[in-house]
Design a binder for this molecule. Structure first.
Ligand SMILES: [Ca+2]
Ligand SMILES: [Ca+2]
Ligand SMILES: [Ca+2]
Length: 155
């Protein structure tokens, strides 16, 4: 590794740790990322079971998740839809741990980029596309098991 690259990496690392809040806004909470990086979750996104998650598989998965959360079938998720009513917060297509972490108000805020207290399908998908891009460290538009299991927030 050249000295210049080392410096750039150091600067990036420093910027990342001093900007914990914006990292959370971009990639979600620590708890969320710990649940997401589990292999059990990767399997749920990997629709064709080839041990790689493509951008198309991720989009299809999060479209289904949006539909599962969007009880009134309008174009956005409000706070009630987000947290779930009568204690039924588990989403069938995700693990219990992931469902719980996703449905926190912190996560809703992270995805509500225009701050209108609703998360549209576009906001929802854009957030997950950003997470996907961060996980995809090799930039080949698919995520391997190794990339999947990396902790994005502790880099
Ligand atoms: Ca796949
Ligand atoms: Ca709705
Ligand atoms: Ca919004």
């Amino acid at each position: 590794m050249s000295f210049k690259i080392k410096l750039a990496v150091l600067a990036l690392t420093a910027a990342f740790s001093s900007a914990a809040f914006s990292a959370e806004a971009m990639l979600g909470t620590g708890g969320y990322n710990r649940q997401l990086q589990k292999m059990e979750m990767m399997k749920m996104l990997d629709a064709n079971g080839d041990h790689m998650v493509t951008a198309a598989e991720a989009d299809a998965y999060y479209n289904s998740m949006f539909d599962a959360l969007n009880k009134d079938n309008d174009d956005s998720l409000d706070a009630n839809e987000w947290v779930g009513t009568n204690g039924k917060t588990k989403i069938d297509i995700a693990t219990g741990g992931y469902s719980r972490e996703l449905r926190s108000m912190k996560m809703m805020k992270a995805m509500d980029t225009d701050g209108d207290h609703k998360v549209t399908r576009e906001e929802f998908l854009n957030f997950h596309r950003a997470v996907f891009a961060h996980k995809d460290t090799t930039g080949d538009e698919q995520i391997s098991a190794q990339e999947w299991a990396a902790n994005l927030l502790s880099k």
